[in-house]
Design a protein around this ligand. Structure first.
Ligand code: GUN
Ligand code: ZN
Length: 428
C-alpha cells in the first residue's frame, strides 16, 4: 500500500462530449497492489492507512500513462527521414530496415531499443505493428513481458508489392499466426493482433486468412493501415476491384469490428466513416507522420460527426518519435491549419486523445485515468527546475494552461517516473 500525494490531471469524461479537464492541486491516491483504492485528501488517506508509505510527487504533475495506438516495432532505427511520400519512404527507408529483423540478434537489439523508446516517453500501453518474422515476434513479446508494458501486437503479413524477404502466403500466415496467438495472447499484459500490413501489400486471400484467425480466436485484435496517401488508395482500388472502397477490403475479409484499429484514415469516404462507426472500429490518428510524409490533414471533424472513435498514435518511424505529447500538440497544429476547417482543440482534448481515448480504443478499461478502481498506470512530468517547461508550469494562469505547456514543451527528458500497474518502469 502506497499513498501518492500529487498534483493530478486526467480526463475521465471525454472533452469531445462535454467533459472537462479534471485537475487537483494536492490529492492523495491510495494504491494497493497496483489498484487505486481511494482518491482523497492526505489526512483522510493517512487516517485510513496509518502505516502506509507516503510518496510526495508534488514537485511535478501526475497524468495517466500514455497510450500509443499505432507504433512500428521494426522502425525504431528508421525515425527521421525527410522528404518522401509514403510509398517512396517505405521502399527507401522503412522496408530495408524491417528486412534486417530476420536476424534474431538484430531483432533482439531492436526490441530493447523500441521498448526503451516507449517507456522513456511515458507510454504504458501500445498497439504495436510488429515484424514480418515469427521469431522476431517471439523475441519482442518476450522482451515486452519483461518490460511490463500493456502491449497488443502481431506478425505483419503481406503477399505482394514488398521486397521478397517480407512476403508470406496464406498457409504460412495462418500457421504462424495461430502459433503466436497460442504462445502469447492473454499472457500477462500481452494480446495478439492480426496485422496485414495494408491492402496495397495484401490480396483478398491473405486478408481472408487473417479473418479466419479472428473467427477462430474471437477475442484477438486487428490492426492495419487505411487511406493514408492518395497513390496508395488508387493502388488498393486496382488490387481489390471487388471491394467497394479501401475499408471494404478489410470488411469483406472479416477483419472489421470493435477490436479493429486502423491507422491514418486521412482520405476517407463518407461510407467508410459510417461503416467504421457502425462496427465501432477505431481510427489511430498519427499527426507527425501525416506531416512528415505529407499525407494530408486528418479529418477529425468528419470522424467525430460520423461517430468514429479516434485515439493517438506516434507511427514511429514515419512519425518523428515516441513522444505522445508531441503528437498531441501536432494534432492541435494541424487542426488549426486545416484549410477545410479543423476542430478547435484545447489541452484537455489532447490529454484525452493521448490517454483515456486510447484506453477506450484498446478496451483497456482498467486504465486511461486515475479514478478509484483503475490500475495505477501513471507518468510524473517533473522538468528540471528553471527549464522553460518548469517555468511554464509554475507561471501558468490555470491548470489548463499548465497542461498546454506540458504538451507544447514536454519531452521524455521531463518524464521523471513511469508506473504500470503500480510498478515503477522508469525512475530518473
Ligand atoms: N502503410 C503500410 N506500411 C506503413 C508503414 O510502415 N508506415 C506508414 N506510415 N504507413 C504504412
Ligand atoms: Zn503505420
Amino acid at each position: 500500500m502506497i499513498i501518492y500525494r500529487a498534483r493530478v490531471f486526467d480526463t475521465p469524461d471525454s472533452p469531445f462530449t462535454g467533459g472537462r479537464l479534471r485537475s487537483e492541486s494536492d490529492i492523495a491516491l491510495v494504491v494497493d497492489d497496483g489498484l487505486i483504492t481511494a482518491r482523497t485528501d492526505l489526512p483522510t488517506a493517512r487516517a485510513a492507512h496509518p502505516d502506509a508509505e507516503v510518496v510526495d510527487l508534488r514537485s511535478g504533475v501526475l497524468i495517466p500513462g500514455l497510450i500509443d495506438t499505432h507504433v512500428h516495432l521494426p522502425q525504431v532505427r528508421a525515425i527521421g527521414h525527410l522528404g518522401r511520400p509514403l510509398l517512396d519512404w517505405l521502399d527507401h527507408c522503412a522496408l530495408p530496415e524491417e528486412a534486417k529483423l530476420s536476424d534474431d540478434t538484430y531483432a533482439a537489439a531492436v526490441a530493447e531499443e523500441f521498448l526503451t523508446g516507449l517507456t522513456s516517453a511515458g507510454t504504458t500501453s501500445a498497439m504495436v505493428f510488429g515484424a514480418h518474422f515469427g521469431a522476431a515476434m517471439d523475441i519482442f513479446f518476450s522482451a515486452a513481458a519483461k518490460a511490463g508494458l500493456r502491449i497488443t501486437s502481431g506478425l505483419v503479413t503481406s503477399d505482394r508489392n514488398l521486397p521478397e524477404a517480407l512476403l508470406t502466403d496464406v498457409e504460412t500466415s495462418v500457421a504462424e499466426g495461430q502459433r503466436l496467438i497460442d504462445a502469447w495472447h492473454g499472457t500477462g499484459r500481452l494480446r495478439y493482433a492480426v496485422t496485414p500490413r495494408f491492402s496495397f501489400s495484401a490480396g483478398p486471400e491473405l486478408l481472408a486468412a487473417g479473418g479466419a484467425l479472428v473467427a477462430d480466436n474471437p477475442d484477438i485484435w486487428v490492426t492495419s493501415h487505411i487511406n493514408e496517401n492518395r497513390d496508395e488508395v488508387t493502388g488498393v482500388a486496382q488490387i481489390h476491384p471487388e471491394a467497394l472502397d479501401y475499408l471494404d477490403t478489410y470488411d469483406r475479409a472479416g477483419l472489421l469490428g470493435r477490436r479493429t484499429v486502423l491507422a491514418h484514415n486521412v482520405h476517407p469516404q463518407d461510407r467508410e466513416l459510417a461503416r467504421m462507426a457502425e462496427v465501432g472500429a477505431v481510427a489511430a490518428h498519427c499527426p507527425t507522420s501525416n506531416s512528415a510524409l505529407a499525407s494530408g490533414f486528418f479529418p477529425l471533424r468528419r470522424h467525430l460527426e460520423a461517430g468514429v472513435r479516434v485515439a493517438l498514435g506516434s507511427d514511429v518511424g514515419a512519425g518523428t518519435g515516441f513522444n505522445l505529447l508531441k503528437e498531441g500538440v501536432q494534432s492541435y497544429f494541424m487542426q488549426q491549419l486545416d484549410p477545410t476547417g479543423g476542430v478547435a482543440l484545447d489541452s484537455a482534448h489532447l490529454l484525452h486523445l493521448a490517454t483515456s481515448a486510447g484506453a477506450e480504443a484498446l478496451a483497456l478499461d482498467e486504465v486511461g485515468d486515475l479514478s478509484v478502481g483503475k490500475r495505477f498506470d501513471a507518468v510524473l512530468i517533473d522538468p528540471v527546475a528553471g527549464q522553460p517547461l518548469d517555468v511554464g508550469i509554475r507561471h501558468a494562469g490555470d491548470d489548463s494552461d499548465a497542461l498546454a505547456a506540458i504538451f507544447a514543451m514536454g519531452t521524455p527528458g521531463d518524464i521523471a517516473r513511469v508506473w504500470v500497474d503500480g510498478e515503477l518502469v522508469k525512475a530518473s
